[in-house]
Design a protein around this ligand. Structure first.
Ligand code: HEC
Ligand code: HEC
Ligand code: HEC
Ligand code: HEC
Ligand code: HEC
Length: 350
């Protein structure tokens, strides 16, 4: 396949063919609107509505690593996930109201940070490359780039605002709102840590994996963000996501939890964070076992800033105490059993 890369000196209206769809010189979202007669205007029916599957698959040809990572995320499964499917099967509208975030059209149809518009086709493709990076034929990304005739750099890709479009809509879906606790927490937002900092870790690698590309200077190794969007389904992000300390304080046993998440812990439904404190005597005989549960959005969740201390009565004769903190993805329709993942443990003696 012939790949042509268009540089802006060629002017604006030269059509060029990339991988089977037409691409043109990029425009900013504001210049897309209301500029009739501008050759940068898209076709009447943007490609995302014609053949989204093909368009999204094409990204794989050159951005194979990113595509492979995306395939494993809940973004790729945001419509097909069994827990989601079980929920919408009970709804009268079969999930049409959920499609705004679980199967949306391109984010740039709205302002970043606003709830997207629902897609009515190819919902199985969930939240995909086109959703986040295109509007019609125009590409957007974190930096200006010459890939496929031009990528419009928009700083918002490096800000949490982009994620707030779906993860920060307390009025529409308070159970999916990570924004409020993140902003209230300040510990992270003030530090300049964004959602991307933790959920899209930085790596050094080729951004473009296609070997036959003509403009080789575009395909060197560089620092890029992974599209891993890791969550609780892959335990590695859960392990160590809070610090835990336990001490005897007179007639009490006090456990202190300090989350290292940017938002509340837990931060979504079907999750429990369970603190278990087991006291035993000098011989190791268990004397008492106490637990405390944290849930979101109903009930108490651990705030992301500072330390939450929990006191239990010390058992008579207690010499040792062992505390564990575990995240549970609870059993629900579509998830046949609880999935437990350790966060942290601590112990002390007296
Ligand atoms: C949920 C939205 C979202 C989805 C889905 C998504 N991306 Fe991204 N992408 C981003 C964000 C945010 C960044 C910017 C990260 C940064 O640099 O801070 C980005 C960056 C990129 C970059 C530039 C990498 C860099 O670090 O400079 C490429 C290339 C890219 N994405 C391609 C893709 C492809 C291909 C897909 C589909 C397989 C995809 N993206 C899916 C949000 C998304
Ligand atoms: C024929 C190869 C090819 C295909 C197919 C392709 N890209 Fe690219 N892409 C590139 C090249 C080359 C660059 C420029 C890399 C650079 O500037 O270092 C690029 C850059 C990007 C960037 C900007 C990276 C940055 O640093 O800001 C984004 C975003 C992006 N592509 C998204 C996509 C999406 C989404 C698709 C699928 C709809 C796609 N690309 C399909 C070759 C391709
Ligand atoms: C278009 C809406 C949308 C945007 C924009 C979006 N997300 Fe998501 N995200 C979702 C949906 C929907 C799910 C849940 C899918 C499910 O579990 O059914 C999700 C899931 C996740 C998960 C959980 C993954 C897991 O395995 O449990 C993480 C982490 C995440 N998103 C991070 C981000 C970050 C970071 C950004 C911004 C760069 C972002 N998302 C932008 C809609 C979006
Ligand atoms: C405002 C955007 C938005 C709307 C509207 C929305 N969701 Fe979500 N949903 C999300 C985001 C973002 C996530 C991932 C973050 C999270 O789990 O809180 C998610 C995750 C989920 C999950 C996965 C939670 C888990 O246990 O892993 C389910 C199930 C779900 N949504 C059901 C629904 C249903 C059913 C509807 C429609 C009645 C709906 N959502 C509407 C944004 C939305
Ligand atoms: C300091 C790092 C950090 C920052 C910043 C951060 N997160 Fe998280 N996030 C985590 C950790 C660690 C977890 C795993 C623990 C948990 O499940 O709550 C997590 C969990 C999640 C989950 C739930 C995944 C699941 O399956 O349970 C979603 C959704 C999410 N984050 C979205 C976001 C969004 C959106 C932002 C920006 C507003 C953000 N995160 C900022 C570290 C961070």
């Amino acid at each position: 396949m012939r790949v042509a890369l268009l540089v802006s000196v060629f002017g604006c209206c030269i059509p060029f063919s990339l991988v089977g769809w037409d691409s043109q010189v990029p425009a900013s979202p504001s210049s897309v609107e209301g500029q009739t007669g501008d050759c940068r205007l898209q076709e009447e029916i943007p490609p995302e509505r014609k053949n989204l599957k093909r368009l999204n698959n094409d990204c794989k040809k050159c951005h194979a690593d990113i595509h492979a990572e995306w395939t494993l995320t809940q973004h790729a499964k945001s419509w097909t996930d069994p827990v989601f499917q079980a929920e919408i099967s009970k709804l009268e509208d079969k999930g049409a109201s959920c499609a705004r975030c679980h199967a949306p059209r391109a984010l740039w149809h709205k302002e970043m940070g606003e709830i997207p518009v629902a897609r009515d086709k190819d919902r199985d493709l969930g939240v995909n490359c086109v959703t986040c990076h295109m509007l019609g034929n125009i590409y957007f990304g974190p930096f200006d780039s010459q890939g496929h005739g031009g990528v419009e750099g928009e700083p918002v890709y490096r800000e949490s605002t982009m994620c707030f479009s779906c993860h920060g809509q307390p009025e529409a879906r308070r159970e999916h709102d990570q924004m409020t606790s993140y902003l209230e927490g300040k510990a992270w937002s003030k530090d300049g840590k964004t959602c991307q900092t933790c959920h899209m870790p930085m790596v050094e690698r080729k951004l473009v994996t296609k070997k036959s590309l003509k403009m080789k200077f575009l395909i060197g190794v560089q620092p890029v963000r992974m599209h891993s969007f890791t969550g609780a389904r892959r335990g590695e992000i859960v392990k160590g996501c809070a610090d835990l300390e336990v001490v005897f304080e007179g007639e009490k046993v006090v456990a202190s939890i300090t989350p290292r998440t940017g938002h509340s812990l837990p931060c979504t439904t079907h999750r429990e964070v369970v603190l278990t404190v087991v006291q035993s005597d000098g011989a190791g005989q268990e004397l008492s076992r106490q637990t405390k549960k944290y849930t979101f959005p109903d009930g108490e969740a651990l705030p992301p800033s500072g330390t939450t201390a929990v006191a239990f009565a010390a058992a008579v004769g207690a010499k040792k105490v062992r505390a564990t903190l575990v995240q549970v993805m609870t059993k629900t329709e579509g998830r046949p059993q609880d999935i437990r993942q350790p966060i942290q443990e601590a112990e002390t003696q007296r």
